[in-house]
Structure formats: C-alpha cells, structure tokens
Design a protein around this ligand. Sequence first.
Ligand code: NAP
Length: 257
Amino acid sequence: MTITSYVTSLFSLEGKTALVTGPGTGIGQAIAVGLARAGADIIGTYHHTPLDDTKSLVEQTGRSFHSYQVDFADPKSQQQSVDAMLNSHSIDILINNAGTIKREQAAYYSEEHWHDVMNVNINSLFFLTQKVGQQMLQKGQGKIVNIASLLSFQGGVFVPAYTASKHAVAGLTKAFANEWANHHIQVNAIAPGYIATNNTQAIRDDASRNEEILKRIPAGRWGKPEDLAGAAIFLSSSASDYMNGHILAVDGGWLAR
Ligand code: NAP
C-alpha cells in the first residue's frame, strides 16, 4: 500500500454524509468545507445566516450541499425540521457546532438569556443527537463530534450560561459515548481555543482583553476557523475508530499553560 492510499484509507470521508449545524460562518463553515474536501456530502442547518457561500464552497469540492432552516432556540421548530431532514437523508457524521453566547454579569443574568443559551447550546444538542443517534443505531455506525469550549474546563467571566452549557456538552459527550461505543458510534468533542469568529468579535475589539488573551496563548496568535478542520476530519474518519468520549483541545496550547 502506498503512503497516499494508506492515509486515504484512514481519513477519507468518501461516500459519507455529514450534518453540520450552523455552517454559515466561522468554525462551522470551516469544518463543513474541510469535511467536503475529505469527501463527505454536506447538510447544513441555518437560523439567520443564508448558506449560499458555504453551498458554493462545498460544491467547488465536487460534493453536494443541502440546507434546512432550524431555530435551535425553539424546540418545536427543531423537531419538524429534523424529522424532514432524517426522512430524506441517512446521516453518517453529525457535527454539533451551532452555539450562542450572551455576556452579562452573573448577578444580573437574565432568565431570557439563560434559557436562550441553554436551549441552543445543550437542550437542542441533546435532542438532535438523540434523533440522529437513533438512525445511526439502526445502521450500526456513526461519528458524532460536539463543539465544546475551553469553558468546558474553566469558569469564564460574565458568561455563566455559556460555561454551564459547555460543561454539559463535555458531560453529554461522555454519556452518549458510553451508551453507543459498542454500537460502533464514536462520540467525541473538540474544544476550540480562542478562534477569530463573530462569536469573539467583542473581545477582539477590546484592546486590553485582546492583549491579555494573546499573552497567554503559547502559539502567540488567535486561532483561525480552518485550524479546526483537521481535528474534525480525524474525529469523523476511521482514524479515530477507538476514540470514545474524548474532548480534544485545539487551542494553541492555552490549557497546557
Ligand atoms: P459563529 O460564527 O457566530 O457561529 C455560530 C453558529 O451557530 C451560526 O452558524 C449560527 O447560525 C448558529 N446558531 C446560533 N444560534 C442559533 C439558533 N437559535 N438556531 C440555529 N442556529 C443557531 O461563531 P463560532 O465561533 O464559529 O461558533 C461555532 C461554535 O464554536 C459554537 O458552538 C461556539 O460556542 C463554539 N466555540 C467558539 C469559540 C471561538 O473562539 N470562536 C471557542 C470555543 C467554542 P445563524 O448565523 O444562522 O444564526
């Protein structure tokens, strides 16, 4: 076997269909395009951001792209769209990427923000994974990658709901992995470090906070969304068939500090 065919047999996603939530921008878009370049057809969900750019980037790789509108803050809308999706597609890879963050001091954190963040980041993730997982259990195979956070390990400041939700993402990753590992479904997570996306625009715009963060990152720079693609391909491919319930940090060394 040549080096190229050995690497291809480990990492190729040819013939697979990946559902990526929130691939309109940032990390989700980079992962969707990365998976497509590795051979997967892509289904994307959006709430506000049209997926035209992502569709065009995916189609340039020769793979197909379908999209569905889902509001993960609204469980009812989610249920109908997810049923429609699963009736039309057989999902091999699920990337739970959609997420939101609301900044407010814990002492004054509003109930509305709390429920919004919990609905999008953890409640919807659970019910979507449950539904897609049922289909994977019938097929006897699947790959699930949750997008966790450094705040799956640390407390953060002014983002209590986000921190609670991302700790829960890490916990659910292990809980699903334990139940499904012997059905050949690997459930793992990626914990991105500080990545330059819409989500982090506010802290990048704050010069002193930006400097503080950069000083602590051993790699000395913010991550780019494309920095996450390799880990996502790895956790979606047979190269990771004996990995279960792992939270893989891609953080320029932040947690090692
Ligand atoms: P982003 O560009 O703002 O992407 C967030 C995505 O989530 C968007 O595609 C958005 O879709 C979707 N979304 C938000 N609320 C939704 C809702 N109610 N219903 C459906 N979709 C919704 O930010 P990002 O940084 O790439 O974030 C992607 C993931 O990485 C998130 O889970 C985030 O917590 C995580 N993360 C990011 C960082 C970082 O430094 N950037 C670090 C750790 C973890 P629409 O645009 O259509 O609303």
